[in-house]
Design a protein around this ligand. Structure first.
Ligand SMILES: [Zn+2]
Length: 631
């Protein structure tokens, strides 16, 4: 794809110019605009790959060789290729962007007989960005006109002076149908370009009119600082449109990725390892001016997975380095709901998530206006871990003076604790929850464990209530294989025993499955057992907790996932699938370890690990064959 495009385009930009662009582009600088890079030793750099989802960095950059490569997904190339992949640019657009960065004038070969002429054709992205740049200038000039008085007043009333308005490029869309459109057409932008950019739209009569009218505008920039869209605030009472309007989806404006203020905040976000997510344009301005320089806001959409992806790469959010993400809410019911919703997202974000709720139900802009810069910094400093916030919010709904209230609060709160990704933190929260509820630790622990396995929680230490299908995360294929293996050991110990016992408890990932596996071992192992009720009782008695006991009862009767009678082949396939998951996991870990080692200075360790990797891969191949049905 890349090679074809190079060949196709090579006639347009002179080869020597392309070579010069490659030579003059610092690959580390280009990539740093999008990915936070840290030293990887030996002059190399590494970061989180923007092209696949990962938690530890396998994206490597070699400034000396001017190339990048990702060990995780195999993507790689030069600076031109990086821009093509990361910004979805064409080859020509990438070269043009890099040339502009490096201050190089490109020469194009439209046909070979004429002399090279500068830029007869630009890539689409560059044209759309240029149209936005011209629009920013136009709107900014309009902010000084008489008609823009309400816009200036809006800013002044919120504590933003002229310097602030200029810094953020605020502008005014005048009370006219097509002033901007005409202005940009005169500058050489085509009808189609203005429509594609989202700056203009066809009217009912077919003529081209401006998208924004009589509104205060904020230019929205991407990570590199290019303006890619606008946010527009209603100013007049007779404007029957929504309070905020945004640029629609365009080739350069994707609202699920866009974060207002990211161009100004990115360096501080990377430096401080934290980001503050606020709700509006004025909140971003207020935070920055108050000294909270890491504030960004989503534009007309809820904070989502793609936003997390953008931020994680800036935060270097890995298992080793935890970035901090702070959501601000203005303390009303809607804000609390949003915070609890954010809890769902939190699990996709390795870093710690915090909530900063303004006690007076003010947003950061109002807070700065009423109480000054210090109050805004204070709001952020007083942040609370999202888990604490969510637990408090849930518990507050119940009357803890009654047994029923405490038990019901425990039932509602336990799933939140069970969801905490960082497993080491769970015991701490179990203790905290028990303390907050005024209960013993054990029942709370059981409720959390049961919630994690999808089991209904038992009340106050009695046997677990059983209602409906209680299945440990049935949706995960890995869990289903673990479950099947345990069913074989319980229902068919004579057949499955030896193969089952040979696979250790460490190969099971689900905590409840680990407990059941350990109980089978404690009961003497499946190979020694005789099928029947006595065996099931022995395993049940050996279980360390109630949730596992309940699961044993269930697995003893749940039909196997095979038509007809199970045979040794089925046992073999099931056990191979079970181990496959953990072997591939170990291979992944090993690969990442090898990649962190300098093969020159740590030659012995490097080759030892490499040997281990080869034998693991051989094991994985054997398992794959076994899982495919060969014994
Ligand atoms: Zn990758």
């Amino acid at each position: 794809m890349y090679a074809e495009e190079v060949a196709e385009m090579a006639g347009r930009i002179r080869d020597e110019d392309i070579a010069l662009v490659r030579e003059r582009s610092s690959i580390a600088d280009v990539i740093s605009e999008v990915v936070t890079l840290k030293s990887a030793g030996g002059g190399n750099l590494k970061g989180l790959c923007p092209f696949h989802d990962e938690k530890s960095p396998s994206f490597n950059v070699s400034p000396a060789r001017n190339v990048w490569y990702c060990f995780g997904c195999g993507a790689g190339g030069d600076a031109i290729k990086f821009l093509m992949d990361a910004e979805h640019l064409s080859f020509v657009e990438s070269v043009e962007r890099l040339a502009a960065r490096a201050g190089l004038q490109l020469r194009y070969l439209e046909d070979d007989r004429s002399a090279p002429r500068p830029r007869p054709q630009q890539g689409q992205r560059q044209r759309l960005v240029a149209a936005h740049a011209a629009a920013v200038d136009f709107y900014r000039a309009q902010l000084g006109t008489a008609g823009a008085r309400p816009a200036r007043e809006f800013l002044a009333q919120r504590g933003f002076d002229r310097a602030a308005a200029e810094r953020y490029g605020c502008g005014f869309a005048p009370d006219a149908w097509d002033l901007l459109t005409k202005h940009l057409r005169q500058q050489g932008f085509s009808h189609d370009e203005l429509v594609t950019a989202g700056l203009s739209r066809p009217s009912r009569s077919g003529t081209l009119i401006d998208r924004f009218r009589r509104r205060l505008l904020w230019p929205i920039r991407d990570l590199t600082g290019d303006v890619i869209g606008f946010g527009a605030r209603k100013l007049f009472a007779d404007d029957d449109g929504p309070k905020y309007l945004n640029t629609p989806e365009t080739p350069i404006y994707k609202k699920s990725h866009v974060l207002y203020g990211i161009d100004l905040a990115k360096r501080e976000i990377a430096k401080q390892g934290k980001v503050v997510v606020v709700e509006g344009y004025t909140d971003v301005m207020a935070c920055h001016l108050a000294g909270v320089s890491t504030a960004v806001a989503t534009c007309g959409t809820a904070f989502g997975t793609d936003h997390i992806g953008v931020l994680r790469r800036l935060l270097m959010d890995t298992d080793a380095v935890a970035g901090e993400i702070i959501f601000t809410f203005d303390g009303d019911a809607a804000g609390q709901k949003a915070a609890l919703r954010a809890f769902e997202d939190d699990q996709r974000f390795v870093g710690r998530t915090f909530i900063a709720v303004s006690p007076d139900s003010m947003d950061p802009c109002e807070l700065r206006l009423a109480k000054g810069d210090l109050a805004v910094r204070d709001l952020v400093a007083r942040r609370e871990p999202l888990v604490d916030f969510a637990l408090r919010h849930v518990i507050n709904r119940y009357d803890l003076d009654t047994v029923d209230g405490r038990v019901e609060a425990m039932r509602r709160a336990a799933p939140l604790v069970a969801k905490i990704k960082d497993r080491e933190k769970r015991p701490e929260y179990v203790r905290k929850l028990a303390g907050d509820l005024g209960m013993e630790i054990e029942p709370v622990q059981r409720a959390v464990l049961a919630a994690g396995s999808g089991q209904p929680a038992g009340a106050g230490g009695s046997a677990p209530a059983r209602s409906g299908p209680a299945a440990p995360s049935l949706d995960s294929p890995r869990s289903m294989v673990e479950r099947e293996a345990l069913k074989l050991a319980l229902q068919e110990p004579v057949l499955a025993g030896p193969m089952f016992d040979a696979v250790e408890a460490g190969e099971y990932r689900h905590p409840v499955h680990q407990v059941v596996r350990a109980a089978i071992a404690a009961a003497g192992g499946a190979a020694t057992a005789a099928a029947g009720a006595v065996w099931i009782e022995q395993v049940r008695d050996a279980c360390a907790d109630l949730a596992a006991q309940a699961l044993v009862g269930e697995l003893a009767v749940e039909p196997l996932r095979i038509d007809g009678e199970p045979d040794p082949r089925y046992v073999s396939i099931t056990m191979a699938r079970l181990q496959w998951g953990s072997v591939t996991g170990r291979i992944k870990d090993l690969k990442s370890k090898i990649q962190r080692i300098n093969p020159v200075s740590n030659k012995d360790e490097y080759f030892a690990l490499f040997g281990e990797l080869l034998s693991l891969e051989q094991h994985a191949r054997a398992l794959r064959e076994q899982a495919a049905g060969g014994l």
